[in-house]
Design a protein around this ligand. Sequence first.
Ligand code: SAH
Ligand code: SF4
Ligand code: F3S
Length: 455
Amino acid sequence: MARNTIKAVDKHKKTYHIISFGCQMNAHDSEKLAGILQGMGYTPAGDETTAGLVVYNTCCIRENAENRVFGNLGYMKYMKQKNPGLVVAVGGCMPQQEAALEKLKETGAADILFGTHNLHTFGSLLEQALDTGIKVTDIWQEWDGSDRGYISAVRENPWRSGVNIMYGCDNFCSYCVVPLVRGRERSRKPDEILDEIRALINDGVVEIMLLGQNVNSYGQKSNDGAAFPELLRLVAGLKPALPRIRFMTSHPKDLSLELIHAIRDCENICRHIHLPVQSGSDKILQAMNRKYTREDYLSLLSALRREVPDITVTTDIIVGFPGETDDDFEATLELVRQARFGGAFTFLYSKREGTKAAEMDCPVPENTANERFARLVDTINPIALEISKSWEGRIVQVLAEKLEKGMFTGRAGNNMPVHFPDNGASSPIGSIVPVKITEGRTFFLIGEQCYQNHE
Ligand code: SAH
Ligand code: SF4
Ligand code: F3S
């Protein structure tokens, strides 16, 4: 059989399974793909072993994200022999890069290849592939101006939803592939965002996360006026009120005092900010094109904590960026001690073709990077534990989401996972309930649900 045909399309079952490999935006795109598929009469299969259609929504932020996709596609080739009606689609950030696209084609496992800019056309690409029995590749180099917000998403979780407020990124941090695969920054109009959120509130959503690669620059490139702090206030002021509003990700270079004031003034904006610092060395920050210094970053934290004393700050840090010396790394450790993060995602630098950093000299040897990584984690964790312990004895509001082995799990307003026992009373799942914290552990809290007179 020729490599570009799809075997036995007539045996195809209309059940799907979507696997996301990337960030919140990637996960939310998957919910939109699910919306498109359910609109076409597909039903969820539950897993990739039984589905008629498997969709991989890929990420290429680091090499290991790509390797996971290739590993999965190897398995799909095997599954296709067992199940001739199986159709495999691969979309998202990886196919937007020429070299990765070629490698994806070489696997021979993908029947449909699509990218980030044409997610909204996925339904017609699928129909085309099934009607003709011929594999389809359709990657757009640019966005066509359509607003994907209109695609109704099928939410993974009934109570929480992401809401795109902008797409793309113009920051060109020197290590990062996102501007190359997601295109130029563009903000949605406030009215469209507010309409989408009103519909979500009517549908029972209690927590939304406003999504963008750099939410703090929302609206800066359009001329309709609203900047991010204003948008936040509009969302926070909707009636009936949304209990919880989160946003992700904030870039320190655009974090304004107005934003800090909006968080302070609006009770339903969660007391958590994810503020990636990436490095504590000014030299490395400059080479990363981050456009702030460690002092800028630390003074932002002081301003945030002055205005919103209970705020939990989390971050992202890259270890082993080209040219990072022992002194640069020590500066990162020192910043971590000063900043006192409640949590941090730590990454080994991964060279990405097409980025500025890929051309930089002085790579950090792998074993040095690994040693630094371990020391970084050993510095972050005890501080995170101290912060968790500082919650002991206090009452936090938890959106309860699941019950496992007799313990409910949910997140506090500050985004920390909280576990509390099921004591047989009515299930709190789907509601926000007060929980008294009895024990703080590294990156999570344990407590007991309060019922009355808990103040
Ligand atoms: N837009 C967000 C984050 C996007 S990617 C922001 O600017 O903060 C999430 C995280 O992945 C980044 O914060 C960075 O820490 C990490 N990352 C991005 N590119 C990377 C690379 N090439 N190697 C290692 N980590 C990387
Ligand atoms: Fe990447 Fe920087 Fe844009 Fe974040 S702000 S997506 S790290 S280029
Ligand atoms: Fe990955 Fe694309 Fe998000 S590269 S981190 S899925 S924007």
